[in-house]
Design a protein around this ligand. Sequence first.
Ligand code: AKB
Length: 316
Amino acid sequence: MRTVILVLGASGQIGTELTEKLRLLYGNNNVIASDIREGNTELMTSGPFEIIDATDKAAILTVIHKYSVTQVYLLAAMLSATAEKMPQKAWNLNMNSLLAVLDLAKEKHIEKIYWPSSIAVFGPTTPKQNTPQKTVMEPSTVYGISKVSGEFWCNYYHDKFGVDVRSLRYPGIISWKTKPGGGTTDYAVDIYFKALKDKKYECFLSENTTLPMMYMNDAVNATIQLMQADTKDIKIRNGYNLAAMSFTPKEIAAEIKKHIPDFEITYNPDFRQEIADSWPQTIDDSQARKDWNWEHKFDLESMTKDILESLKKQKK
Ligand code: AKB
């Protein structure tokens, strides 16, 4: 049976690199990239590209029929910081897109769904260290509320209708090819660009704010590994905890300084500090490691080296 994948939100931070990797694995014409806006030239020319509003179930179905799509990766979402400013819009996008895709699977138009959850499902009452797979989920952000509700919907559609939906609770994802937008963990991406360009960075979180993070290469691999895992090994249908590293702004700045000795960081915390303070600092992802052999490759040191080298090469 041929696998044909539709990526919704393919122009975004994770969507861009995930689509690139999926095209390598499944063939360019078997991975349909889509977004509400156009993406980079590479994404739009290396395989099929469709403009789709991820909340428009009929539009998604038209594309599913057009290409005989078998799997949907739903990456379209509004992240934590933007969602605090536009709660209703965030709820509509994050929930309606998920419900549309879950319904399409329930109606047997597709066989498998990937939907990302986040560490934002946790809140101030959750244990902060080594946060367990199953624990208190009382988020204090609009984004977190949408993610925790989404997790319950995934579980519900799996239990009631047998929908094969799989999900990961992403930590902050760090990349250099496409920048994220509107997240609380985004400082850990911006800092590399500013370090190379200006040799200084003003951080919107305080120096000792520890957050769980992951390099994009690991996040893309985890996502594809989860989707390729045997159904019998998938024991969690709401969202798997996933971890690689945890660090503070002060620690990432110190790592960058090893490569750019005159780099300076200053701190000017804003409303995002409260969001960061409500999230866990370290995550226990032993269930993912046990169920489908998840293993991360990058730590702060190897990621920093890789990002700075890649950005320097790109500039040449
Ligand atoms: C955000 O900061 O909103 C996201 C996330 C942790 O889900 N990167």
